[in-house]
Design a protein. Sequence first.
Length: 605
Amino acid sequence: MRLTRPRSTLTLLLTAAALTTAAAPQPRIPAPAPRAGVVEPFAKRYDASLYGDFRTIGNTVLGCAANPADAQDCADATSGAWAQGSNNSFVMRRINTAGMNPAHGSSTGRLVIPPGARVAYARLFWGGNNGSMYARGAVHPGCDSRALSEPTDPTPGSPDDVVPKLRVGTGPATPVVPEFRVQDPADARGAHFFTAEADVTGAFAGTTGTGQPLTVGVGDIWTTEGFGCSAGWSLTVVYAYDAPQPEHAPNRRHVYVFGGHVFQGASDPDTTLTVAGFRKLGGVKARASVTAYEGDAAYKGDRFLVGGLPVAESRTGALDNFFVSHADGSLDPDLVTNMSIDAKEFDLPDGAIPPGATSTALTFTTAGDTYVPQSLALSVPIPDLEYSKTASTKSAHPGDVVRYTVRARNTSTLDHPGADFTDDLTDNLDDAVYQGDARASLGTVTYQAPKLRWSGAVPAGATAEVTYSVRVTKPRSGDGKLRNGVVVTTRNTNCPPGSKDPACVVTPTVGPVKPTGKPTGKPTGHGGKPTGRPTGHGSWWHGGGTKPGGRPHPGPMPSAQSAGAHELARTGPDDRALWVAAGGALTLAGLGVLASVSVRSRRRP
């Protein structure tokens, strides 16, 4: 095995009994090593919850040799008319239908992105025979052990040296940056394969779906010409909308893309990987796609299973001949059986991932045909709950009650059978006391200090509402912040642990003691003696007779209507006039108006 990059941390549980230790390649090896089943374990390349789905297309970069004697057989085999036809019956030659470097293979495909969707992720896979094989105790050039004497013509250099190019629409063909390059060990029994892959999301920057085919060209693929050889490419594109789209994305889906390199020989044990981290809902099918090389329609016994159930081949419906070298979206050439690569998407059978399931097993198995799986995409419909939290006020005072409301809104067309959230009140309880009044419109809510927990089912289109309250301590006892937020333990929501969504958190603040607005009693001066002047916010004399200070009080202030607007107040330091002026100024200041008051008083009789 040769890798040009260290393996990533394995995120999937991979079980396979056929593992081997690679020995250094030799011209002749007396005791051949066992076949290396898992060369590069399948690992997750992409994982997202979104309103959208994926598309997988692909094509071969080899075709039948231009031999008149084989022309009819080749046409029958590639059209599906000759069920026994395969690349093991022909000398394969590279093709260059994408118009790139003729020393390599190229071809084109048709990618349909739904109207208005953007490309969230794209990954290119390519591979095929590397031009060598182990047979009869030695390493030989070629692709098929039954044709050791047949000549081969590999692309100059090594599969590790060639950099493919990708062209999207009418844009230029641009080189891709390989992330994984894998080759079978030289001492592995049988034909040897190479695979490689790359993140090509950037090639689709600015691309918006139209619902019409978008031509994609892939070229500069390393190839070997010869009897029984295979080579090709596949492209998996994940598209997304910003919100539910009734026709193309009515529900949220969890989409995964995996990559690896497994030689699944006729005598090899099954290869199974487990995918987890979702919650499958009923009513909508899960989908998948696979990429594999060397699948032959002529040989049965190869199967792909999900949850232990065999998946039907998307074109023929066969359960025991899944890998038949059929690629979705092929443009030029456009063949029913391309004799190199499977790159196809399909619905999973009912029961493969039952409602409520949070994981599933994906299994490659065979009792006859040999094939090399490289990639897999999985799309599972999931609940779409949108959480939000609000408080009854942004600012509270000691003694106030603050009421919180948490809502879980099911925006999908699917029922959510197991929603839940946790609300940690730790940052509240230094400033407030929980009132023990939590209520839920749906489901069950419980409180065990310092956390409030809710769980329940939320029907499609419904909203579960949970309310509770706290009373701010008096006097203030904490940091003055009533911060707390919702944390959802199930995935695929806007409030997972560590979420920065502002809808998940509220932080009312605690201010000083709220003013009562009541009179403070008799106005006092220094030493508590009456001064005859207003003191502070609540002191004002409203009665008639003698006001504090000993002078007769004129009684309530006359209104403009009762006092005759034409009478002018006399000038001078008369207390009554000063009180009127002061009262007017206070009134205007209270209204936020800057005014200049001129007062004239009447002369006393």
